[in-house]
Ligand binder design. Structure first.
Ligand SMILES: Cc1cc2nc3c(=O)[nH]c(=O)nc-3n(C[C@H](O)[C@H](O)[C@H](O)COP(=O)(O)OP(=O)(O)OC[C@H]3O[C@@H](n4cnc5c(N)ncnc54)[C@H](O)[C@@H]3O)c2cc1C
Length: 616
């Protein structure tokens, strides 16, 4: 089985590295020999028989975050499973809408190929250098060899401690010290991977008593630098807390450890005809504890709502070691303050989430995807209104992509766009329901209307699983396409729908007027693009730069936040604040709210050891 996992990873990505389940962390490039059913480390002489390998993580090429072995398996097996669920049972529509052309499809993998925006060989600047006004808090103690001894004795397994205090572990620690965007980098010398809630409790209690600062870390896919230490904070990573605790088929309630990878949870649920009520591009790496801590939104919030609604209970550990057992599985529980809500979206600043109880809906039996070109943002809004009205309960995603973002995907993949001609805007609509014929009749009628009214200029419908995946890749592939350009300034914002795209136009105009935008290397900015979750009024404004440049940053910030504030929007729709937006909370929260947050922080974490230097 392990050998198959490696083979699958290598077939997809050229090579893979793995981290062993037990024993010291091993992250090396591996090669396989299918004839001998064997994997080996090319560096060094040891050859591993397949039975000897129990990888905990498969490390894909340096620009792709590590994934859990079951995720790699999912690339083959589970995709087929989801094919059955996602097959588009579209009888060819009577209208001019065409099926997706049989062009070269994207790789059928969705959501795994997140890669780094900056060339892997480039040094990442230390966050402490990038934010010189942030100073290390002198109240925090520095790690000693005695501390490390304590943690090693407590956590037992060698793979639970990466010790850069008493040994040189630079290479092993680096993935925990830097982020996916290669934008943030810390100086931690110790990574702890507790396995149980009790161990987390002991770790935090010790850290609190010794005044050792801590950064909780899940899959490390966050986009605002929240999971990366700024100075020498200890990283407490949840990757070994990866058990599904229970699932109740009747109620659809899943209870799982915080370190379960989102996609692993979803695959587990798929086998039981249920669905995790959250889906996002980083699902192959992010942890459900990380999702809850960031209150992640994702692709289907429109349908399944926010985690503030679907999370029924939480287990968390406070800095003093207190285990907060609020792991209720009840939908209704009106007994006082709903304290679990404080942890949802708190980004590791008041405690460490160790367990999650979540309401999961039945998996839809019929799923359809359509992809359109539109002539203006006004038409996009009209199409959205029509979709809401006509598709109502089966509408599960309404995504917006501008023309520039789609050209970038085309350039980076070499794949032709699904529809002929160029449009300033594209939308992807997904429907999910329980009755294929009923859903199809609704979708056909909707498509006839919007094409007949001239709202949509051209469009395609996925006819099979490959096309379903291929169409989604035009949306999900944007982040990766941008990543090939250099660095990206990312703004994930909520704005009233009518002005959603205006921000992109205004930002582009501003940067052009300042002489920053151009096609050759003398210009720092390569592209200003906009895309996002139209159904949630959530825009992703992305400014792709040849390299991170303080002058460009100063031209965007705080201008962009002022722009949003004037429209009563939010400067963070779903990614959180982390360190990236630590100074800007005041643009979306008034003084009273910030004061209340600080009071809560002091109440839960009087020594301030939890994720310091971030937004609170
Ligand atoms: C390609 C790509 C697509 C993405 N798409 C979306 C999207 O559509 N919607 C969206 O919302 N986000 C998206 N993200 C951002 C990111 O995936 C989410 O924020 C995700 O929820 C982070 O989970 P994680 O396990 O990686 O957390 P991490 O990055 O490890 O941590 C994020 C924050 O949570 C804290 N934290 C982590 N685990 C815990 C815990 N157990 N207890 C307490 N605090 C904890 C950390 O300290 C940090 O502040 C995307 C990222 C990528 C790379």
């Amino acid at each position: 089985m392990t050998f198959e996992i490696l083979e699958t990873a290598i077939a997809k990505f050229g090579h893979a590295m793995l981290e062993s389940e037990e024993g010291i962390t091993e992250k090396r490039r591996v090669e396989t020999n299918p004839n001998k059913n064997m994997a080996r480390w090319p560096i060094g002489s040891s050859t591993l028989q397949s039975t000897a390998i129990h990888p905990k993580f498969i490390f894909l090429p340096s620009n792709v975050p590590p994934v859990h072995p079951s995720t790699v398996l999912a690339m083959s097996g589970a995709r087929n499973l989801s094919a059955a669920l996602r097959r588009v049972r579209v009888s060819r529509p009577r209208i001019a809408l065409r099926p997706a052309l049989p062009r070269t499809p994207f790789a059928t993998v969705r959501s795994f190929s997140v890669s780094s925006p900056v060339r892997a060989d480039k040094e990442i600047k230390y966050t402490s250098d990038a934010y010189p006004n942030v100073q290390r808090n002198p109240n925090f103690a520095e790690l000693t060899a005695d501390d490390v001894t304590y943690f090693k004795e407590l956590l037992g397994s060698e793979s639970a401690v990466i010790d850069g205090v008493t040994s040189d572990a630079t290479d092993d620690i680096e993935p925990f010290n830097s982020d996916w965007m290669r934008k943030y980098r810390g100086h931690t010398r110790l990574v702890l991977k507790p396995k149980t809630t009790e161990e987390v409790s002991q770790v935090l209690k010790y850290c609190n008593e010794k005044k050792l600062a801590v950064v909780p870390q899940g899959g490390n896919t966050g986009l605002v630098g929240g999971s990366i230490p700024v100075f020498d904070e200890i990283v407490v990573n949840t990757s070994r807390m990866n058990n599904i605790r229970s699932f109740d088929q009747a109620s659809g309630v899943l209870v799982a450890d915080a370190g379960v990878i989102l996609e692993v949870a979803d695959l587990y649920l798929a086998e039981r005809d249920h669905l995790f009520p959250l889906d996002l591009g980083a699902k192959g790496s992010c942890h459900i504890g990380g999702n809850v801590s960031t209150n992640a939104g994702g692709l289907r919030l429109l349908r399944y709502g926010s985690l503030h609604g679907s999370v029924l209970g939480l287990e968390a550990v406070l800095p003093d070691g207190t285990i907060v057992d609020a792991l209720s599985t009840l939908r209704k529980n009106n007994t006082g303050y709903d304290l679990k809500q404080l942890f949802i979206g708190s980004e590791g600043t008041i405690g460490l989430i160790t367990g999650v109880s979540i309401q999961c809906p039945p998996r839809p039996k019929a799923v359809n995807v359509a992809y359109f070109g539109l002539e203006s943002f006004e038409q996009v809004q009209r199409a959205y209104l029509e979709a809401k009205g006509q598709l109502s309960e089966i509408l599960s995603a309404f995504e917006l992509m501008d023309g520039r973002s789609q050209r970038l995907v085309q350039d980076s993949t070499g794949t032709k766009q699904p529809i002929e001609g160029e449009y300033p805007f594209y939308c992807l609509i997904e429907t999910s329901g329980s009755n294929a014929e009923h859903d199809m009749a609704k979708l056909e009628s909707f498509l006839e209307n919007v094409m007949g009214e001239g709202i949509v200029a051209d469009g395609v419908l996925a006819q099979d699983e490959t096309q379903f995946q291929a169409l989604w890749r035009w949306r999900e592939g944007i982040t990766e396409a941008l990543s090939h350009l250099g660095g990206t300034y990312k703004y994930d914002v909520s704005i009233p729908l009518s002005e959603l795209y205006q921000l992109v136009e205004d930002c582009k105009q501003r940067l052009t007027e300042k002489g920053f935008v151009g096609d050759d290397d003398s210009f720092p900015v390569r592209a200003v693009v906009g895309y996002g979750h139209m159904g949630d009024s959530n825009l992703h404004l992305n400014v792709a730069v040849r390299k991170y440049d303080k002058e460009v940053e100063k031209a965007i910030e705080p201008w962009v936040y002022e722009w949003i504030q004037k429209r009563q929007g939010s400067i963070s729709a779903e990614h959180g604040l982390g360190i990236a937006k630590r100074e800007y909370i005041g643009y979306s929260q008034n003084d009273t709210m910030v004061k209340l947050m600080k009071q809560l922080k002091n109440l839960y974490d009087p020594n301030g050891i939890m994720n310091p230097y971030k937004y609170i």
